[in-house]
Design a protein around this ligand. Sequence first.
Ligand code: SF4
Ligand code: SF4
Length: 129
Amino acid sequence: MGKCEADKCNAKCCRYTALVIDTPRSRKDFDDIRWFVCHEDVSVYKDQEDNWVLEFVSLCKNLKNNRCMIYDKRPDICRDYNPDKCTADSKDQDAKILFKEPSDVEKFTAARWDAKKKKKTTAAKKKKK
Ligand code: SF4
Ligand code: SF4
């Protein structure tokens, strides 16, 4: 097990909650993500395993002075968290795609759909020739 120094990292793993969401595919899906990140302290990212994650920065009520007050009764998800794989300090750098602001989503969707549109137009032009 890795060395966990909660005072050094400020127990970051106890300061957020997160959910894996369906892989966004359509413009509507990305517009929903844009709505999520319109809210304070909410982000959406694609992790190294290609999971899309909706994350809320929110302090666990059981954390006091960087210590778990219900350690013996902590939820399974806390028990299963592997400090060796802790990315709390580098999540932003580790994410394949990260949306923190609505403008991040707007830029991403513009690039994705503009690129698709361009591809189609070029293919149509080539066909005509
Ligand atoms: S798992 Fe990571 S964030 Fe949590 S206390 Fe250990 S080093 Fe800090
Ligand atoms: S229950 Fe304890 S270990 Fe789990 S997130 Fe809260 S403070 Fe951290």
